[in-house]
Design a protein around this ligand. Sequence first.
Ligand SMILES: CC(=O)N[C@H](C=O)[C@@H](O)[C@H](O)[C@H](O)COP(=O)(O)O
Length: 230
Amino acid sequence: MKNKFLKIVKGKLVVSCQALSNEPLHSSFIMSRMARAAKQAGSVAIRCNSVVDIQAIQDETHLPIIGLNKVDYDDSPVYITPTMKEMRAVASTGAEVVACDVTGQVRPHGEKLADIVAQMRKEFPDTLLMADTATIENVHEAMDLGFDIIGTTMHGYTPDTEGMNIADNDFSYLKEVLKVADRPVIAEGKVDTPEKARYCIDLGCHAVVVGGAITRPLEIATKFIDAVNA
Ligand SMILES: CC(=O)N[C@H](C=O)[C@@H](O)[C@H](O)[C@H](O)COP(=O)(O)O
């Protein structure tokens, strides 16, 4: 079966529905309801974390999935689908896309990204791979490794990029990514208004992912509280 994900999401918004164990909404049931709301609003795909959440969201929405599995290891700062074990688990759900960290940082047990990509191509030839990158160097590495989709997910979340925001200087970083990338770019990370989401598409992104601004009520409420209390 041909993977139609890229066709379905072209020019569209993808809602990320994620809540880790330390977040108030941590629950596959709640994430599936978040995804139901996103679908009702018109989201054409869902990005989500962990096998159980993916399965709950697939059952609820039947939408295409960008799946990932966040796991912390002692010997590496990489946590988004860091090893072959998590890659395989996510792909086994039937998620159309598997996303993983491509930030040039050392992976758990010294696993090599090139080996992981090669193994994934062998075991799951129809599954698309999305690179969660932080820098232009990472974008080049992702392309060299043959990733299908470039995401800006980790920009602002690595030691090199700490404090940076995709919207800085009229989205200058995203514009640079679009200039160097020879394959679909998905804008993701701190896209927190409808206007910014639209702008990402206007700049030429294949799609845009919005998470916290839609699905993390603690984050949303804190912004209101801070504004009122200021
Ligand atoms: C850095 C990291 O771990 N990002 C994660 C990646 O899946 C999620 O926690 C984010 O919510 C997602 O990228 C969407 O971004 P935002 O919630 O800012 O719209």
